[in-house]
Design a protein around this ligand. Sequence first.
Ligand SMILES: NC(=O)C1=CN([C@@H]2O[C@H](COP(=O)(O)OP(=O)(O)OC[C@H]3O[C@@H](n4cnc5c(N)ncnc54)[C@H](OP(=O)(O)O)[C@@H]3O)[C@@H](O)[C@H]2O)C=CC1
Ligand SMILES: CCCCCCCCCCCCCCCC(=O)[C@@H](N)CO
Length: 335
Amino acid sequence: MTYCIYCNLDFDPRGPSLVFNFLKGMTLLSHLPPPFNPQVTGGSSGIGKSIAMECYRQGAFITLVARDESKLVQAKKEVEKCAINDKQVVLCISVDVSKDYRQVESVIKQCQEKLGPVDMLVNCAGTSFSGKFEEVEVERFRSMMEVNYLGSVYPTRAVITTMKERRMGRILFISSQAGQIGLFGYTAYSPSKFALRGLAESLQMEMKPYNIYVTVAYPPDTDTPGLAEENRTKPLETRLISETSGVTQPEQVAKIVVKDAVQGNFNSSVGPDGYMLSALTCGMSPVTSITEGLQQIVTMGLFRTIALFYLGSFDSIVRRCMIQREQAKAADKRE
Ligand SMILES: NC(=O)C1=CN([C@@H]2O[C@H](COP(=O)(O)OP(=O)(O)OC[C@H]3O[C@@H](n4cnc5c(N)ncnc54)[C@H](OP(=O)(O)O)[C@@H]3O)[C@@H](O)[C@H]2O)C=CC1
Ligand SMILES: CCCCCCCCCCCCCCCC(=O)[C@@H](N)CO
């Protein structure tokens, strides 16, 4: 038995029976009240910029974090156009979120002094790369983990203490559908996005009693400068497989993920494929509403059946591309 400092009662930290905890785990959440003060890493481009604009439209104070100062200044102007009152401010910080933790911590501290405590951290700084495993430079495996994984750990670590003290906060991680399934061409990228899920699940279990809610978003291909860059090296197989989920607009992704983060939902998915993937890969991830839990239970078998068809078609794409390449090679030799 342990003595509880909050309620002055002798109590057992394991709590009551599993059945009771099952119901308690799904307690309804309180929304983050506006105006909130989000810090958006990767806020100078693509999905991050759209998220900043979406928050600004809801009356938020924003901090944009990225490396390139000219892109930050341009994004600040675009975000400011979405203002709904004249008290709102956009602050820009130029820092590499993946390299030096001390530096990340110090700039975040400075900006909290100016704008007050961050109550929502959006980890969107990231980069993608696709290519065949044996053709990906070895250094790339490390840089992906640095930017996409450590680049989310560092800012989170820098804001969490204040959030815990204030008993309030939201942490949003932008993973990807490629963080739910491993696909041809994503041997360097996918693991860095899967890693965010492990981080998010562990962090959520630690933070829940402090009223801090963690959200992981899994967008499909989204029309951004980052995607255009990735498409320059994308293998045919990766392109054909990704087409299954189509291309979304960053504004649509932003609307969905901001709503989910404000509500405190753990999973945030975009589109019907995204919904199926999230239900199918829910595993032991936290559940944030009774409806969500029931939907997962009821749909699991059906979605796995559908998934087997998808997997079959992906394998067939890979096989056909290989045959096509070998035939082209043989024809080249004959000439
Ligand atoms: N577009 C897509 O199809 C999808 C994207 N995602 C994920 O969403 C996130 C955003 O993607 P997208 O909008 O396409 O990307 P963009 O390339 O358009 O934008 C990336 C942003 O991150 C910043 N950034 C990159 N590296 C660092 C760094 N080391 N330190 C600080 N800031 C950095 C960039 O600014 P700067 O270079 O100046 O630092 C820029 O603001 C990524 O994590 C990506 O993996 C997920 C699913 C689909
Ligand atoms: C029931 C089962 C349903 C299965 C649906 C499967 C759909 C697979 C499509 C995967 C698309 C991967 C997008 C990666 C986006 C990304 O992160 C990069 N573009 C970043 O730039």
